[in-house]
Write a protein that binds this ligand. Sequence first.
Ligand code: SAM
Length: 273
Amino acid sequence: MHPRQLLQARGLAARKRFGQNFLLDNTAADRIAQAAVAGESELRVLEIGPGTGVLTAALLRAGARLTAVEIDRGLAAILREREDLAAATIVESDILTYDLHNFAAAGRWAACGNLPYYITTPVLFALLECEPQPVRIVVMVQREVAERLSAGPGSAAYGALSLLVAYRARATRLLTLRPAAFYPRPQVDSTVVVLERHEHPPVQPRDPGAMLGLIRAAFAYRRKTLVNALELGASPVPRERTAAALEAIGKPIGVRGETLSLDDFSRLADQLY
Ligand code: SAM
């Protein structure tokens, strides 16, 4: 059934404040679900924002052991009543307050979803920082966000998210969909990205948490030099210390974080912490 009819039958309508753009393309849903499950039947999958259930049904078809977290009460009720989705556990919750660590602690898992655009970045940070890590994350995001995920140093799209992705996973693009593939139509194209967890991280800083904190601090003030940005951070680093660390890794003192690679941040963190 078309999402509009499904909603209208309940006196509901798509809610912009929850970033609701429902996927209409079942073939795309199957491709996304198969990329998430990757043939590993019974893999535990967390779906973020199941909406009217197009991807939820596809994930079940692909063999996932599925938990789906939906913030919208009306939609959660519709999903719970659907017999074809009876095998899924539907949780009515905000994904940003959901106990991700508890879910992750129960064993191998993957994350999947057509993400609501207004919380794409915090959701990706939460998934990428979660321990134990998901084996893969397969998500639909706005095309410009997909570019940020695989951007390199010096480009406008490069930022803390690009570095966190590079540290945790190998990013590839699965497919791009035009606005007509959704109801209601979003303003921009959407891209599905697959983030496959690294078996071995590409860098091995002594204190990974300190490196991730350093990256966040560097990009909190991306127009400033690294020396200034770290001095202004939540845990301020004295200018002389940052300058000495930069010198030790062979970088000029006036450098900005946006020109440093993951390897640079790893070596810098080892100097600073
Ligand atoms: N997966 C569905 C599909 O592809 O048709 C819906 C995708 S829609 C872009 C995003 C979904 O996320 C909506 O169902 C929306 O209600 C839900 N959502 C929005 N904010 C959320 C949050 N904070 N926690 C959980 N779900 C949320």
